[in-house]
Write a protein that binds this ligand. Sequence first.
Ligand code: G3P
Ligand code: MG
Length: 233
Amino acid sequence: MRIIAHRGASGEAPENTLTAMDLAIEQDACAIELDVHQLEGTLVVLHDRYLNKTTSGSGLLSDSSLDVLSTLDAGEGQRVPTLWQVLERIGGRCDLNIELKGMGTVEPLLALLQRAEAELGYRPEQFLISSFHHPMLAQLKRQRPALKIGALTACCPLNYAEFATALGAFSVHMDVDFADPAFIADAKARGLKIYVYTVDHAPDLLRLDALGVDGIFSNYPGRSRARLNAPRH
Ligand code: G3P
Ligand code: MG
Protein backbone atom coordinates (compact mmCIF):
# COMPACT_ATOMS: atom_id res chain seq x y z
CA MET A 1 0.00 0.00 0.00
CA ARG A 2 1.31 3.47 -0.89
CA ILE A 3 1.78 6.03 1.85
CA ILE A 4 1.25 9.50 0.46
CA ALA A 5 2.45 12.40 2.59
CA HIS A 6 -0.57 14.65 3.13
CA ARG A 7 0.38 18.33 2.60
CA GLY A 8 3.94 17.03 3.02
CA ALA A 9 4.77 15.45 6.37
CA SER A 10 2.31 17.94 7.85
CA GLY A 11 1.96 16.25 11.24
CA GLU A 12 5.52 17.22 12.07
CA ALA A 13 6.18 20.33 9.97
CA PRO A 14 4.04 23.29 8.84
CA GLU A 15 1.68 21.97 6.16
CA ASN A 16 2.38 22.59 2.48
CA THR A 17 5.79 24.20 3.16
CA LEU A 18 9.20 23.25 1.80
CA THR A 19 10.12 21.89 5.24
CA ALA A 20 7.11 19.55 5.13
CA MET A 21 8.21 18.38 1.66
CA ASP A 22 11.80 17.80 2.84
CA LEU A 23 10.58 15.80 5.83
CA ALA A 24 8.29 13.67 3.67
CA ILE A 25 11.26 12.75 1.46
CA GLU A 26 13.39 12.04 4.54
CA GLN A 27 10.64 9.70 5.73
CA ASP A 28 10.69 7.89 2.37
CA ALA A 29 7.15 8.81 1.36
CA CYS A 30 6.67 7.47 -2.16
CA ALA A 31 4.45 10.42 -3.03
CA ILE A 32 3.48 13.82 -1.68
CA GLU A 33 0.05 15.42 -1.81
CA LEU A 34 -0.18 19.21 -1.81
CA ASP A 35 -2.91 21.79 -2.43
CA VAL A 36 -2.66 24.61 -4.95
CA HIS A 37 -4.51 27.86 -5.57
CA GLN A 38 -3.94 30.35 -8.35
CA LEU A 39 -2.89 33.91 -7.54
CA GLU A 40 -1.94 36.42 -10.26
CA GLY A 41 -1.53 33.49 -12.68
CA THR A 42 0.91 31.69 -10.36
CA LEU A 43 0.14 28.46 -8.53
CA VAL A 44 0.81 28.75 -4.80
CA VAL A 45 0.85 25.87 -2.34
CA LEU A 46 -1.78 26.49 0.32
CA HIS A 47 -4.84 24.59 1.49
CA ASP A 48 -7.22 27.36 2.55
CA ARG A 49 -8.85 30.21 0.66
CA TYR A 50 -8.27 32.32 3.75
CA LEU A 51 -4.80 33.20 4.97
CA ASN A 52 -5.60 33.17 8.68
CA LYS A 53 -5.44 29.47 9.35
CA THR A 54 -1.89 28.62 8.32
CA THR A 55 -0.11 31.93 7.83
CA SER A 56 0.56 35.19 9.65
CA GLY A 57 -1.71 36.97 7.13
CA SER A 58 -5.46 37.55 7.19
CA GLY A 59 -8.35 37.76 4.76
CA LEU A 60 -8.89 36.03 1.46
CA LEU A 61 -5.94 34.74 -0.53
CA SER A 62 -7.64 36.07 -3.67
CA ASP A 63 -7.61 39.61 -2.18
CA SER A 64 -3.88 39.33 -1.52
CA SER A 65 -0.92 39.53 -3.89
CA LEU A 66 2.20 37.49 -4.56
CA ASP A 67 4.27 40.30 -3.05
CA VAL A 68 2.31 40.22 0.20
CA LEU A 69 2.20 36.41 0.25
CA SER A 70 5.99 36.23 0.00
CA THR A 71 6.29 38.15 3.30
CA LEU A 72 3.96 35.92 5.36
CA ASP A 73 5.03 33.31 7.87
CA ALA A 74 3.54 29.90 7.06
CA GLY A 75 4.88 28.41 10.32
CA GLU A 76 8.37 28.08 11.82
CA GLY A 77 9.54 30.95 9.63
CA GLN A 78 8.58 29.16 6.42
CA ARG A 79 7.09 30.98 3.42
CA VAL A 80 4.11 29.91 1.34
CA PRO A 81 5.92 28.28 -1.60
CA THR A 82 4.93 28.48 -5.22
CA LEU A 83 4.31 25.16 -6.93
CA TRP A 84 7.42 25.77 -9.02
CA GLN A 85 9.54 26.16 -5.88
CA VAL A 86 8.23 22.83 -4.60
CA LEU A 87 8.86 21.13 -7.93
CA GLU A 88 12.43 22.44 -7.90
CA ARG A 89 12.99 21.38 -4.30
CA ILE A 90 11.70 17.83 -4.83
CA GLY A 91 13.47 17.56 -8.16
CA GLY A 92 11.64 14.40 -9.23
CA ARG A 93 12.70 12.38 -6.17
CA CYS A 94 9.13 11.25 -5.50
CA ASP A 95 5.71 11.30 -7.14
CA LEU A 96 3.41 14.27 -6.68
CA ASN A 97 -0.34 14.46 -6.19
CA ILE A 98 -1.28 18.04 -6.95
CA GLU A 99 -4.75 18.88 -5.67
CA LEU A 100 -6.39 21.79 -7.46
CA LYS A 101 -8.25 24.14 -5.15
CA GLY A 102 -10.15 27.07 -6.56
CA MET A 103 -10.54 28.30 -10.09
CA GLY A 104 -8.08 29.30 -12.78
CA THR A 105 -5.61 26.54 -11.97
CA VAL A 106 -5.82 24.40 -15.13
CA GLU A 107 -3.86 26.52 -17.62
CA PRO A 108 -1.00 27.45 -15.26
CA LEU A 109 -0.76 23.82 -14.16
CA LEU A 110 -0.44 22.46 -17.69
CA ALA A 111 2.30 24.96 -18.46
CA LEU A 112 4.15 24.16 -15.24
CA LEU A 113 4.03 20.38 -15.74
CA GLN A 114 5.47 20.73 -19.20
CA ARG A 115 8.25 22.93 -17.83
CA ALA A 116 8.95 20.53 -14.94
CA GLU A 117 9.31 17.66 -17.39
CA ALA A 118 11.59 19.65 -19.69
CA GLU A 119 13.75 21.40 -17.09
CA LEU A 120 13.63 19.31 -13.92
CA GLY A 121 13.55 15.78 -15.31
CA TYR A 122 10.12 14.75 -14.02
CA ARG A 123 8.46 11.87 -15.85
CA PRO A 124 4.80 12.51 -16.82
CA GLU A 125 3.62 9.49 -14.83
CA GLN A 126 4.97 11.04 -11.64
CA PHE A 127 2.11 13.52 -11.64
CA LEU A 128 -1.38 12.75 -10.40
CA ILE A 129 -3.78 15.69 -10.49
CA SER A 130 -6.84 15.60 -8.25
CA SER A 131 -9.72 17.89 -7.38
CA PHE A 132 -13.18 17.98 -5.91
CA HIS A 133 -14.03 20.12 -8.97
CA HIS A 134 -14.70 17.42 -11.55
CA PRO A 135 -15.37 19.68 -14.57
CA MET A 136 -11.85 21.03 -14.06
CA LEU A 137 -10.49 17.47 -14.16
CA ALA A 138 -12.49 16.82 -17.33
CA GLN A 139 -10.95 19.94 -18.87
CA LEU A 140 -7.46 18.72 -17.96
CA LYS A 141 -8.17 15.34 -19.49
CA ARG A 142 -9.42 16.97 -22.71
CA GLN A 143 -6.31 19.11 -22.99
CA ARG A 144 -3.85 16.41 -22.00
CA PRO A 145 -5.48 12.97 -22.31
CA ALA A 146 -2.47 11.05 -20.98
CA LEU A 147 -2.42 12.96 -17.69
CA LYS A 148 -3.35 10.88 -14.64
CA ILE A 149 -6.27 12.38 -12.77
CA GLY A 150 -7.66 11.52 -9.36
CA ALA A 151 -11.37 12.06 -8.74
CA LEU A 152 -11.86 13.30 -5.20
CA THR A 153 -15.04 12.69 -3.27
CA ALA A 154 -16.05 13.58 0.27
CA CYS A 155 -19.12 11.36 0.05
CA CYS A 156 -20.15 7.88 -0.99
CA PRO A 157 -22.01 8.56 -4.27
CA LEU A 158 -25.18 6.73 -5.21
CA ASN A 159 -23.51 4.98 -8.13
CA TYR A 160 -20.30 4.41 -6.22
CA ALA A 161 -17.26 5.02 -8.47
CA GLU A 162 -19.17 5.54 -11.72
CA PHE A 163 -18.30 9.27 -11.67
CA ALA A 164 -14.59 8.41 -11.75
CA THR A 165 -14.99 6.09 -14.72
CA ALA A 166 -16.95 8.82 -16.53
CA LEU A 167 -14.02 11.19 -15.96
CA GLY A 168 -11.47 8.73 -17.30
CA ALA A 169 -9.76 8.93 -13.91
CA PHE A 170 -6.72 6.93 -12.88
CA SER A 171 -7.78 6.90 -9.24
CA VAL A 172 -10.57 7.73 -6.86
CA HIS A 173 -9.69 9.57 -3.64
CA MET A 174 -12.18 9.01 -0.86
CA ASP A 175 -12.81 10.17 2.67
CA VAL A 176 -11.89 7.66 5.37
CA ASP A 177 -15.25 8.34 7.04
CA PHE A 178 -17.03 6.79 4.06
CA ALA A 179 -14.57 4.07 3.09
CA ASP A 180 -17.40 1.65 2.47
CA PRO A 181 -16.21 -1.83 1.33
CA ALA A 182 -18.92 -1.82 -1.38
CA PHE A 183 -17.57 1.44 -2.81
CA ILE A 184 -14.01 0.08 -2.68
CA ALA A 185 -15.05 -3.16 -4.40
CA ASP A 186 -16.85 -1.19 -7.12
CA ALA A 187 -13.82 1.06 -7.73
CA LYS A 188 -11.52 -1.97 -7.90
CA ALA A 189 -13.83 -3.73 -10.36
CA ARG A 190 -13.60 -0.63 -12.56
CA GLY A 191 -9.79 -0.82 -12.55
CA LEU A 192 -9.42 2.39 -10.55
CA LYS A 193 -6.78 2.91 -7.88
CA ILE A 194 -8.24 3.79 -4.49
CA TYR A 195 -6.54 6.30 -2.22
CA VAL A 196 -8.09 7.21 1.13
CA TYR A 197 -7.65 10.45 3.11
CA THR A 198 -6.68 11.25 5.84
CA VAL A 199 -5.50 8.19 7.72
CA ASP A 200 -3.38 8.65 10.83
CA HIS A 201 -4.76 6.03 13.19
CA ALA A 202 -3.59 2.43 13.26
CA PRO A 203 -7.05 0.76 13.24
CA ASP A 204 -8.02 2.65 10.05
CA LEU A 205 -4.67 1.92 8.47
CA LEU A 206 -4.88 -1.81 9.09
CA ARG A 207 -8.54 -2.05 8.07
CA LEU A 208 -7.90 -0.24 4.77
CA ASP A 209 -4.85 -2.36 4.07
CA ALA A 210 -6.97 -5.48 4.61
CA LEU A 211 -9.62 -4.07 2.25
CA GLY A 212 -6.94 -3.79 -0.44
CA VAL A 213 -6.90 -0.04 -0.98
CA ASP A 214 -3.95 1.15 -3.05
CA GLY A 215 -2.83 3.98 -0.83
CA ILE A 216 -3.59 6.32 2.02
CA PHE A 217 -2.82 9.96 2.70
CA SER A 218 -1.01 10.38 6.00
CA ASN A 219 0.15 13.42 7.95
CA TYR A 220 2.79 11.13 9.49
CA PRO A 221 4.15 9.09 6.55
CA GLY A 222 7.12 7.66 8.47
CA ARG A 223 5.02 6.51 11.39
CA SER A 224 2.32 5.06 9.11
CA ARG A 225 4.87 3.07 7.11
CA ALA A 226 6.42 1.72 10.34
CA ARG A 227 2.99 0.68 11.65
CA LEU A 228 2.18 -1.06 8.38
CA ASN A 229 5.48 -2.96 8.41
CA ALA A 230 5.24 -3.93 12.09
CA PRO A 231 4.34 -7.54 12.90
CA ARG A 232 0.58 -8.09 13.27
CA HIS A 233 -0.97 -10.28 15.91
O1 G3P B 1 -6.27 15.02 -1.43
C1 G3P B 1 -6.75 14.42 -0.26
C2 G3P B 1 -7.24 15.46 0.72
O2 G3P B 1 -6.21 16.40 0.91
C3 G3P B 1 -8.49 16.14 0.28
O3 G3P B 1 -8.99 17.04 1.22
O4 G3P B 1 -9.28 19.21 2.35
O5 G3P B 1 -7.30 17.83 2.90
O6 G3P B 1 -7.44 18.95 0.70
P1 G3P B 1 -8.21 18.31 1.81
MG1 MG C 1 -5.59 18.19 -0.16
